[in-house]
Design a protein around this ligand. Structure first.
Ligand SMILES: Cc1cc2nc3c(=O)[nH]c(=O)nc-3n(C[C@H](O)[C@H](O)[C@H](O)COP(=O)(O)O)c2cc1C
Length: 223
């Protein structure tokens, strides 16, 4: 059975990225997908990396250790053991997953600091995570799609897809976003509400589709 790691990073409990994530996980379960591991990075934030982490990272680089199962060999001092105690459970969860679903609101054109802290903790040099699948479910206050005036300011979905491709060798990540969410609260965007409702309905549908499609995705494992 396939395993799903579901991360949330919205500061809101009633949020679009959480709603889209729930649509994905419901469809995943209905389609016979396996275990779902939830981690709420907003409710239980991981701290930023520290000195011990950077030393582990430098040793991995200088000694050419790229096999994730061998990372522990680079942990040598008390400071590094302390850093590793934090990283290891996060990394174990990630490695055990066949599919990674990330709830990521757009904050200030980018991703929430809580999600970036997790990425910094779990990412080491030359770490290939393909053929795991990565799906991002997102809420955005405005519209950043192709051809919109704000498209150049999308350092959120585009950053995540670039990062998955450039660092994890995951070529086929997907971002599913409900856009123009601010039209629900900002009177200046009230005339865009219908557009938001279309976007949210489309995103909910796509999240469900992907949950069902990826429920059977298993990465090859030894043993
Ligand atoms: C701290 C913060 C920063 C935000 N920055 C942006 C932004 O730069 N661009 C944008 O379109 N919306 C922005 N928004 C609006 C959110 O993207 C929108 O509320 C979205 O629905 C949040 O996702 P969520 O519903 O999953 O919490 C921001 C919201 C917050 C709370």
């Amino acid at each position: 059975m396939s395993t799903l790691l579901h991360l949330n990073s919205s500061a809101r409990t009633d949020s679009f990225s959480r709603r889209l994530g729930a649509a994905f996980t419901t469809a995943w379960r209905d389609a016979g997908g396996g275990e779902v591991v939830h981690r709420d990075l907003a409710a239980q934030p991981v701290p930023p990396i520290g000195e011990g982490w950077t030393r582990i990272c430098d040793t991995l680089l200088s000694e050419g250790i790229t096999d994730i199962a061998r990372y522990g060999e680079a942990v040598r001092t008390d400071q590094e053991r302390e850093a590793w105690a934090l990283v290891r459970p996060l990394l174990d969860e990630l490695v055990a997953a066949d599919v990674v679903l990330i709830g990521a609101p757009m904050y200030n054109f980018g991703i929430p600091a809580a999600l970036k802290a997790w990425i910094d903790q779990v990412t080491f040099p030359k770490m290939v995570l393909a053929p795991r699948k990565f799906v991002v479910v997102a809420g955005r206050g405005g519209a950043y799609g192709p051809g919109t005036p704000r498209e150049p300011f999308d350092h959120h979905g585009r950053y995540l897809l670039d990062f998955f491709r450039g660092h994890y060798a995951v070529e086929d990540g997907e971002v599913v976003a409900a856009e123009l969410v601010n039209s629900l609260v900002d009177p200046g965007l009230a005339d865009r509400r219908a557009q938001h409702l279309d976007s949210a309905a489309g995103a909910l549908h796509r999240a469900g589709e992907l949950g069902a499609k990826l429920a059977g995705h298993r990465i090859p494992r030894e043993g």
